[in-house]
Design a binder for this molecule. Structure first.
Ligand SMILES: [Zn+2]
Ligand SMILES: [Zn+2]
Length: 231
């Protein structure tokens, strides 16, 4: 309660730019957004950076992933990597609004959010939720689409070791079957357009596993929208 009040208060007060520390500015100042958050050409299916004019990366041409569209606001590198770390582990839910704004400004994100009936955050394991006190994906989803965010439809069926601790090939194995639609609620997914939200996308294994589960429940269209993509 106090935390929420504090966050609302700091959102209303002039703040310091989280990147360059200029003051008073929004949490992300205009100059830093212009300098570090320019859109880059990315694969439409997995948001991997690709050369200009290429629609899809080689891997997605070979095997179409379960996401219809995948969008990343920024690359997980300086200054975003540090910032996301502070956001996630330093419990700064007050930054959610600024980071969600960055995601919304990504090309094609706005129409995807408008067209979606449901915006689903990637669920956090119970243990990590306890550690951090909040699910950053849910905070972002709430800011992106108040009224469409639902944190109860997509659930974690089992806890998995942190993806970041695993080598690439092990990641898909690690999350296989880790996500599912909440029992008895498949009807709410059937025929729907969805946006799946996460903060960081690494190999995409978690997003794809979740998308497969939603697809199996009859989702009509799935867009992945992440704040930062590792490549
Ligand atoms: Zn700045
Ligand atoms: Zn791709």
């Amino acid at each position: 309660m106090f935390r929420a009040l504090l966050d609302r208060l700091s959102a209303a007060l002039p703040s310091q730019c989280a990147v360059c520390h200029a003051w008073p500015t929004p949490v992300l100042c205009e100059a830093c957004v212009a300098r570090f958050a320019q859109p880059r050409p990315r694969c439409r299916s997995c948001a991997l950076q690709v050369p200009q004019d290429l629609e899809r990366c080689g891997a997605c041409i070979k095997e179409t992933p379960p996401l219809d569209l995948c969008l990343a606001a920024v690359t997980y590198e300086y200054p975003w990597s540090g910032l996301v770390g502070h956001y996630k582990f330093g419990a700064r839910p007050g930054w959610s609004m600024a980071l969600a704004l960055l995601m919304r400004s990504t090309p094609w994100a706005e129409p995807a959010l408008e067209a979606a009936e449901l915006v689903l955050p990637m669920p956090l394991s119970r243990e990590r939720l306890r550690e951090r006190g909040f699910n950053q994906a849910l905070e972002l989803a709430r800011q992106l689409a108040p009224g469409k965010a639902d944190a109860t439809l997509l659930v974690r069926l089992r806890d998995t070791p942190a993806q970041s601790s695993l080598p690439r090939p092990a990641r898909l194995r690690n999350v296989r079957g880790a996500f599912g639609v909440a029992p008895g609620r498949e009807k709410e997914i059937e025929g729907r357009r969805l946006v799946l939200v996460d903060d960081v996308m690494t190999s995409g294994a978690s997003l794809c596993t979740a998308a497969l589960a939603l697809r199996a429940a009859g989702a009509a269209h799935i867009t992945g929208l992440v704040l930062a993509r590792t490549e």
